[in-house]
Write a protein that binds this ligand. Structure first.
Ligand code: PLZ
Length: 445
């Protein structure tokens, strides 16, 4: 270890402060360069370039301080530049940056796997393997489930999102922008109905689950299914919280048929919903969990964690990758997990959730376009429709988001119909900043 760490820099004032229009002149200049240099295929939510970020704010290159209600899509759950992440990363980067875990291993990788095995639900022996991105974790979950079951079929759900690689495009439900013109897609992927309480009318979670299990029986055959992969709360699909009973019925079906039940907790994991993992809200214990995003405070890291007998049922050398479990990413993960435990971020997520719910209820009371408020903890959303109907209103959704952006509040949209405003603030945001950000969103209706 070395003691030549960078000196710490002044903390960012936790305030919204606009000193130019949004985007400011320096951001506009960089946007022009981006257009010349970066593929047009890479999307963009806000044309604002970042200089620094921490707590609940992001400082742009023009000196504007913006309120962050998105955490870079549920990644900086502990906040940007948390001191525990920064210190461990600085130390690690000075010690060594890469050896490849498959060539000469290092303890950080093992420690992250130990933490995952300890924190994920299920009091059985577990193993983990580390990767670089969420999509890569999901792909590996499929590989492991297939090797273990010696079956091929993979079941996913309407509105589901699992990534942009070839196999995960096949698993992802939505065509635009994720799949359009990128086929052909991987075979042996079957999509089932999802419980979506706002749109299911009188049908209960158990009822929708029975449509799904009947379809699995009739169209695939339970004995041919390697894995059922589901987000316990759908992220990109629009923060859809399935009705009570839906997930337990699928878990039960998987048990009956020897299917590996995979909970994709890439967006919901690591204190986001007020539990370490959202599966816990329904008391279900997955056989395997995929994680990424919040695990490492912004560094690219992903994991598959599962029952030892499944995870070990792969031939030696069958899992890996040059960078999987990179030492700097592992150091960041250990810092992020330390922050979550030390600061009790599950409790903080529930407090953030209470403020979110309160403000979103006020928005709903004032705007008949708000058809549904849903989510758990610091993962909440509103779905916008033409008043009194289920007809999605993506135009209004876009307008409200844009108006918030212009006022210095980073908000994200989501949903199969593009009509969901989702809120995923870093758990390091202050109550006041969160309230101010939500008031600005409300003013955009
Ligand atoms: N599974 C549940 O939420 C990533 C996608 C952003 P990667 N969601 C954000 C975009 O438009 O590309 C996600 C997820 C769930 C898998 C993934 C994929 O994770 O790290 O983006 O590959």
């Amino acid at each position: 270890m070395t003691d030549t760490l960078l000196p710490s820099i002044d903390p960012l004032p936790q305030e919204r402060r606009l000193v130019t229009e949004i985007p400011g002149p320096r951001s506009r200049e960089l946007m022009a360069r981006r257009q010349e240099a970066v593929s047009a295929g890479v999307g963009g939510m806000m044309p604002v370039f970042t200089e620094r970020a921490s707590g609940g704010v992001l400082l742009d290159v023009d000196g504007n301080s913006l309120i962050d209600l998105g955490s870079g899509i549920a990644v900086t759950t502990v906040g940007n530049a948390d001191r525990r992440v920064v210190e461990r990363v600085q130390r690690q980067v000075a010690d060594f940056t890469h050896t490849c875990f498959m060539v000469t291993p290092y303890s950080g990788y093992v420690e992250v796997c130990e933490a995952l095995n300890r924190l994920t639900p299920g009091d059985f022996t577990k193993r983990s393997a580390l990767f670089n991105s969420g999509a890569e974790a999901v792909e590996n979950a499929v590989k492991i489930a297939r090797a273990h079951t010696k079956r091929q079929a993979v079941v996913v759900f309407d509105h589901g999102y699992h990534g942009r690689t070839n196999l995960t495009m096949a698993l992802t439900a939505k065509n635009m922008p994720y799949k359009q013109s990128f086929g052909p897609f991987a075979p042996e992927v079957y999509r089932m109905p999802m419980s979506y309480p706002f749109r299911d009318g009188p049908h209960s979670g158990a009822e929708v689950a029975s449509w799904a299990t009947t379809k699995m029986d009739k169209e695939i055959g339970g004995e041919n299914i390697a894995a059922i992969i589901i987000e316990p709360i759908q992220g990109e699909g629009g923060f859809i919280v399935p009705a009570p009973g839906f997930l337990p019925a699928l878990r039960e079906y998987a048990t009956q048929h020897g299917i590996v039940f995979v909970s994709d907790e890439i967006q919901t994991g690591f204190c986001r919903t007020g539990q370490w993992f959202a599966s816990e809200h329904e008391g279900i214990v997955p056989d395997m969990i995929t994680t990424a995003k919040g695990i490492a405070g912004g560094l690219p890291l992903a994991a598959v964690t599962g029952r030892a007998e499944i995870m070990d049922d792969v031939h030696v050398g069958g899992l890996g990758g040059t960078y999987g479990g990179n030492p700097i990413a592992c150091a960041a993960a250990l810092g992020a997990i330390e922050a979550m435990e030390e600061d009790d971020l599950n409790t903080r997520a529930l407090q953030v959730g209470a403020i979110l719910r309160d403000k979103l209820e006020m928005m709903a009371a004032a705007n008949p376009a708000v058809g549904d408020i849903r989510g758990r903890g610091a993962m909440m959303a509103i779905e916008l429709v033409q008043p009194g109907t289920l007809n999605p209103d993506p135009d209004l959704t876009g307008r409200v988001a844009k108006s918030a952006h212009a006022q210095g509040v980073i908000t994200l949209t989501a949903g199969t119909y593009g009509n969901v405003l989702r809120f995923l603030p870093p758990l390091s945001i202050s109550d006041d900043l969160l309230r101010e950000g939500l008031d600005i969103v409300a003013a955009g209706f």
